[in-house]
Design a binder for this molecule. Sequence first.
Ligand SMILES: [Ca+2]
Length: 114
Amino acid sequence: MRGESSVFVRVLAVLFLTALALLAAAPAGADSDSIPDTLERQLAERFAPYLYLHPEEKFYPVSPLYVLPRSNLMRTDGSADGYLVENSPTEGRISALTDPAAGYYSTSDKYLNL
Ligand SMILES: [Ca+2]
């Protein structure tokens, strides 16, 4: 019994090392990683989320890159409205603001005419 489990562990180890070798030898693909691009596409298609919108929905999802240039970067100062930090912030500017306690927020109603 003990010998059987030892063989099983060896087989698993060989399979694992073979899988690692196959991944390492896989074509890099256009993005230069070790995962074949066709597999990436298949996984993306298989697990892509479905988005169902109500037939009367007025506001459709848009890219953040569309909204950012039409928004204001604001910061709280204890008042009800806060203050303007920057018009049309870039994604680089927004991604640098990593402290949630700093009180930054965005408004876009002025530019999107909501
Ligand atoms: Ca790839």
